[in-house]
Ligand binder design. Structure first.
Ligand SMILES: NC(=O)c1ccc[n+]([C@@H]2O[C@H](COP(=O)([O-])OP(=O)(O)OC[C@H]3O[C@@H](n4cnc5c(N)ncnc54)[C@H](O)[C@@H]3O)[C@@H](O)[C@H]2O)c1
Ligand SMILES: O=c1ccn([C@@H]2O[C@H](COP(=O)(O)OP(=O)(O)O[C@H]3O[C@H](CO)[C@@H](O)[C@H](O)[C@H]3O)[C@@H](O)[C@H]2O)c(=O)[nH]1
Length: 446
């Protein structure tokens, strides 16, 4: 059996590589020739733990290959996994241009009956429309089945998530029952529970999952903001809530809001999907609004302590979360722009994401090669991503290196006890501020 994968972003690369690791023969195609050229030399265009080693291993075993030729990818393929991007349009709805282009190319280049498996996140109804499209464009004597198989991987732990996911969702219409069974057999060795649905329900499971997780984050962030005002501590509150099994302890880390290539776009797309059927999704609209507010919160907090004009500010962490080089919709972009608008000089540090960040952040941001270089003589430090290398830097180092040791921590990397012992001014999320001696900065005084 030959498997083709369309798109070599996170989802395409992880899908192709992990299927090869499971013993399948896989060829991955992308329209970006430079990505394919790098991959053909065993180099991953993205930073994802363990991915490059697995790519190399499976290329050497002859199970995994990469091509920029559509014919080579789709000709003779039995199954095609579709993993192209579905970015956000200006109105928040999903842009399906890449999906349509890929379906058209698959239809023109297929030489056997195929099962088209949609991994990309697409609005409810898209797979049904894809069935119609491919039916119209493919050779008449061949058959194409369409399956919705949304992906739930998290960046930074994508390989683990493939092999140990909580569930696999397979949506298919009655007419494509055999194709769904083929896919179920392909996934069976993983031993992961399989949820078998119709096309629309599978598409909805993906959006509803992301929207629910985003809701949990905005909820805990709102609780954190109230905690600060009533003298409660968010760490204890989140722990106390999470022990209730009906709530669960995951996704209750308060911070500077969610970012990344999925939650921001998928929440907006679901508001649009609901709007298209005259349903105003008020709860999700509020989740999005809370998140926008939360991403800007750290700068607003800093302004209560100091004027940022002319200050040297260290921005620690640029990726939207640790263990990825992805900067899409990261809070660092909002924070850097706001700091610059307040007149601060920004020196940024990220262990992996700097090259990507340069494409997203204003050109006046300067870059350091280490935490200590970024905080040297700084007037304030903003912690934006909880990379190990950042959160393992003792606060005593901040005290020693900074001109005035004041830290605005958007990820609650340190305990209040550590902050007191290090004698720094430490402002975090949902917790009381710690004010160190010699850095009692107050509004308008600094
Ligand atoms: N990134 C994630 O963590 C994640 C997780 C689950 C689901 N998803 C969803 O999966 C989809 C892909 O996400 P991603 O982050 O991997 O995207 P990405 O932007 O990293 O990569 C998409 C790739 O598709 C390629 N492409 C565009 N048009 C093509 C075409 N016609 N043929 C072949 N390749 C083409 C692009 O060149 C790019 O390399 C999106 O719908 C996303 O919402 C992403
Ligand atoms: O308690 C938490 C958990 C996460 N986050 C933030 O939420 C964002 C998203 O984090 P995460 O979900 O770990 O990363 P993604 O790689 O974006 O994965 C999400 O989006 C993917 C794309 O749809 C889905 O496949 C995954 O299941 C879903 O978790 C990041 O900015 C995190 O910092 C918090 O602020 N608090």
């Amino acid at each position: 059996m030959k498997i083709a994968v369309a798109g070599t972003g996170y989802v395409g690369l992880v899908t192709g590589t992990c299927l090869a690791e499971m013993g399948q023969t896989v060829v991955c195609f992308d329209v970006q020739e430079e990505k394919i050229a790098a991959l053909q030399q065993g180099r991953s265009p993205i930073y994802e733990p363990d991915l490059e080693q697995l790519i190399e291993k499976n290329m050497e075993a002859g199970r995994l290959s990469f091509t920029a030729e559509e014919k080579e990818a789709y000709g003779e393929a039995d199954i095609v996994f579709l993993a192209v991007g579905t970015p956000e349009k200006e109105d928040g709805s999903a842009d399906l241009t890449y999906i349509e282009a890929a379906v058209s190319s698959i239809a023109q280049n297929m030489t056997k009956d195929i099962v088209l498996v949609t991994k990309s996140t697409v609005p409810v109804g898209t797979n049904e429309r894809m069935r119609v499209m491919i039916e119209r464009w493919k050779p008449r004597f061949l058959r194409a089945s369409v399956i919705s198989n949304p992906e739930f991987l998290r960046e930074g732990s994508a390989i683990h998530d493939w092999f140990y996911g909580d569930r696999i969702v397979i949506g298919a219409s009655e007419a494509d029952r055999e194709a769904a069974e083929l896919l179920i057999r392909l996934y069976e060795p993983l031993g992961i529970p399989i949820v078998r649905t119709d096309l629309a329900s599978a598409e909805m499971i993906k959006y509803a999952s992301n929207a629910f997780l985003a809701t949990k984050i905005s909820f805990i962030n709102e609780i954190a903001n109230i905690c600060e005002k009533v003298g409660a501590t968010i760490d204890d509150v989140a722990y106390g809530i999470g022990l209730d099994k009906r709530i669960g302890s995951h996704f209750l880390r308060a911070g500077i809001g969610y970012g990344g290539s999925c939650f921001p776009k998928d929440t907006k797309a679901l508001v649009q999907i609901a709007g298209n059927v005259q349903h105003q999704f008020e709860l999700l609209e509020a989740v999005i609004q809370v998140n926008n507010h939360q991403q800007a919160l750290l700068v607003e907090k800093a302004k209560q302590y100091m004027s940022l004009r002319g200050k040297n500010v260290a921005l620690l962490g640029l990726a939207f979360k640790p263990n990825t080089d992805d900067v899409r919709e990261a809070a660092s972009i909002v924070i850097a722009n706001r700091l610059l608008a307040e007149g601060a000089h920004v020196v940024a540090y990220d262990p992996i994401a700097t090259n990507n960040a340069k494409r997203h952040l204003p050109s006046s941001v300067r870059y350091a090669r280490s935490v200590t270089e970024a905080i040297r003589d700084a007037d304030a430090a903003f912690i934006v991503t909880e990379w190990d290398v950042i959160k393992q830097t003792p606060l005593s180092v901040f005290r020693e290196k900074m001109r005035i040791p004041i830290i605005f921590d958007g990820r609650n990397c340190y305990s209040l006890e550590e902050a007191k012992q290090a004698n720094v001014t430490y402002v975090s999320i949902g917790r009381a501020a710690v004010v160190g001696e010699g850095c009692e900065v107050k509004k308008g005084k600094y």
